[in-house]
Design a protein around this ligand. Structure first.
Ligand SMILES: *Cc1c(COP(=O)(O)O)cnc(C)c1O
Length: 382
């Protein structure tokens, strides 16, 4: 059996060795609760605060603006619901987002709609992009938040975040971005990009699962969602995930250090794969540049996406039909529908998201397997 080809980095990434090593002491010798007053607790608290400082440095933020969470879903929920509660106190009930957000953001918005919040889901063009002017046109006196995905998890398209941020700043409306896919690949500077709230998740950039960050600019009236103890300056209760925070900080630093090199390496292979695979019969490429370096989303109308994944799996290739959250649901991707793809095209989609461990030999094998998969599945089709 040949080695596993892991082409699903947008679903999760392996924890880097250095990250694991940095975390280990906080599971064993350094097991203190950061809220405890004795030395063991103070040491845990020091590690947590050091992790906060390192994350703040990576984002060009202050440590008191960094809140550790349980991951990307919590960050997205907290940003929109916490700001909705703050907006309600000011008599504001309108939220602007896009039709191609991650489900963590979209479902939070749908929940808020049931609570009487008005949500504008801005459309994107057929390549998956939003124009900053659309955001400005949707704003009114009632708008309490703009939330726009930095880079899309399914097709990788990158939105003009600094331009949208500048408009929000001009209009005095807080701006949240889900930067879960962007971290480790794209620039992240909350000041230069005029970002008020930003969501991260460690497991998407070589860190552990179950830990994330919500950056919240000083002075923003974000309401807490998790009530209890006074952790995270009273804004998020619960004993802190010290090992997770340390791992997240280490992973973010490492990802930023070798970012340029990794982007070049990965995009070169992605471009080669795109050239080979898009030449296959009836192939449609979903999304366009600017796009994340490792993302390649393809539609093969008439081919069942799930069958393609099972075929690839049997050959030792891990890929996705869209987002992990919607695979198995049998529903076509809301992102591909937002681009104007038909249900048939959206159902025959394949998402490859590659990482730096992928070799040229792996790339060649991937193309070969895809060729035989399509021949087999198309022949099989009724
Ligand atoms: C994975 C992902 C999330 C959810 O993050 P979890 O840590 O898995 O909860 C949110 N947004 C985007 C864009 C993602 O890719």
């Amino acid at each position: 059996m040949p080695n596993l080809i892991y082409a699903d980095h947008a679903a999760t990434t392996p924890v880097r060795q250095e990250v694991l090593q940095a975390m280990l002491p906080y599971f064993s010798q350094q097991y203190g609760n950061p809220s405890s007053l004795y030395r063991l607790g103070r040491q845990a608290k020091a590690a947590l605060e050091q992790a906060r400082e390192r994350v703040a440095h990576c984002l060009n933020a202050s440590p008191e603006e960094i809140f550790f969470t349980s991951g990307g879903s919590e960050g997205d929920n907290w940003a929109v619901m916490g700001m909705a509660l703050a907006g309600k106190a000011q008599g504001k009930h309108h939220l602007i987002t896009t039709a191609m957000e991650h489900p963590a953001l979209l479902e939070s918005c749908k929940f808020l709609e049931k609570q009487g919040i008005r949500v504008s889901y801005l459309p994107v063009n057929s390549s998956g992009f939003l124009a900053p002017e659309q955001v400005e046109a949707a704003m009114d006196q009632d708008t309490f938040l703009v939330s726009i995905l930095y880079a899309n998890n399914e097709i990788g398209t990158i939105q003009p975040i600094p331009d949208i941020g500048a408009i929000c700043r001009k209009k005095g409306i807080p701006f949240h971005t889900d930067a879960v896919q962007a971290a480790g690949w794209l620039p992240m500077d909350v000041q230069a990009q005029h970002i008020h709230l930003l969501t991260l998740s460690a497991h998407k950039f070589g860190g552990p699962k179950g830990v994330g960050v919500l950056y919240c600019q000083k002075g923003l009236p974000l309401h807490p969602l998790i009530h209890g103890g006074k952790q995270e300056t009273g804004r998020r209760a619960g004993t802190e995930n010290v090992a997770g925070a340390v791992g997240l900080a280490a992973a973010l630093e490492l990802a930023q250090q070798d970012q340029a090199l990794r982007c070049r390496n990965v995009s070169e292979k992605r471009n080669w794969l795109e050239q080979k695979l898009s030449a296959l019969p009836d192939c449609i490429v979903n999304g366009a540049e600017p796009r994340l370096p490792g993302h390649l989303n393809l539609s093969f109308p008439g081919v069942e996406g799930e069958s393609l994944l099972l075929y690839l799996d049997a050959q030792g290739i891990a890929a996705s039909s869209g987002s992990a959250c919607s695979s198995g649901s049998g529903k076509p991707s809301h992102v591909l529908l937002a681009l104007g793809r038909s249900e048939n095209e959206a159902k025959g989609s394949l998402r490859l998201t590659i990482g730096e461990e992928l070799s040229w030999e792996d790339c060649r094998r991937l193309v070969k397997v895809m060729e035989s998969a399509l021949e087999f599945l198309r022949f099989d089709a009724p």
